[in-house]
Write a protein that binds this ligand. Structure first.
Ligand code: SAM
Length: 260
């Protein structure tokens, strides 16, 4: 809801970085996100830049299969111009998917690709559910892991990366977000952590060297700094990612290609 609200907010800007006409309707269907205003004020622009960064990564990689892990209220299946023949899988918990399908039906949303929802628990055997839904591990894939790893215990994150890698044919791409320890420990994040704790969505992990971490699983990765992203899109650097304000604290945005 929080991220969809940031995307809905972007929709009213003249020079917006993406088009998400469904976001506002999904947020409305979900109920008020006002409890999350504090987080939104702190990180709203980060969500906008990150959305555009991942949009660009997914479209540039132009793979026949796209897998969005923990998709939440992501509407990329509807709002991006996919190459003909693209199949896009969305994984999330059954209750989230049920809610989203109802809301999308009410909004008369039409996907711009072959969209397949995969209700599953990412702590359990999601690879089997994905393959049963039609995913083919022999074809290259573009994976997206946005807003996910920090919420997982370290061993669960490793397990997910292990399986993502095992299911990735050569040439597959992966785009992910993570944070470092200094970011988790930022004083500015204290109130956010308290709010996430109340939602039973505590942050549980971090990584210091995402490029090395991904290399260990056969991926050649590159990290993009928000300072460069903001300059590319003529936006102010979001305060929470501005080195002048947060020092070495980082929200990592990484894109990788499967080399092994
Ligand atoms: N990727 C989306 C985005 O950036 O807009 C949503 C990220 S949201 C912070 C985390 C998502 O993870 C939620 O949609 C939630 O339902 C999903 N989730 C949490 N625990 C999960 C689990 N065990 N299995 C599958 N999905 C889960």
């Amino acid at each position: 809801m929080l991220i969809a609200a940031a995307r809905a907010n972007e929709q009213s800007r003249l020079r917006r970085l993406f088009n998400d006409p469904l976001a506002a309707g999904l947020v409305e269907a979900a109920g008020s996100a006002s409890d999350l205003n504090g987080v939104k004020n702190l990180a709203g622009d980060h969500f906008v830049l990150r959305t555009r960064y991942f949009d660009d990564q997914l479209l540039e990689s132009a793979q026949p299969q796209v897998v969005i892990m923990a998709a939440g209220l992501d509407t990329r299946a509807f709002r991006l111009q996919w190459p003909p023949g693209t199949t896009l899988f969305e994984l999330d918990l059954p209750e989230l998917i049920e809610f989203k399908e109802d809301a999308l039906h009410d909004l008369r949303a039409e996907p711009a690709c072959d969209r397949v929802t995969v209700p599953c628990d990412l702590r359990e055997d999601w690879p089997t559910a994905l393959i049963r839904a039609g995913f083919d591990p022999k074809r290259p894939t573009a994976w997206l892991l946005e807003g996910l790893f920090m919420f997982l215990p370290p061993d669960a994150g490793e397990r997910i990366l292990y399986w993502v890698s095992a299911l990735s044919a050569k040439g597959s791409t992966l785009a992910l977000e993570h944070v470092n320890r200094a970011f988790r420990d930022l004083p500015q994040m204290k109130a956010v952590h308290r709010r996430f704790d109340r939602l039973d969505a505590r942050w549980q992990s971090d990584v210091e060297d995402p490029v090395g971490w991904l290399a260990g699983y056969g991926w050649q990765a590159e990290v993009t700094h928000q300072v460069d992203l903001a300059a590319r899109h003529d936006r102010a650097v979001p305060a929470i990612t501005d080195p002048l304000k947060v020092g070495d604290a980082r929200i990592w945005l990484a894109a990788a290609v499967r080399t092994g």
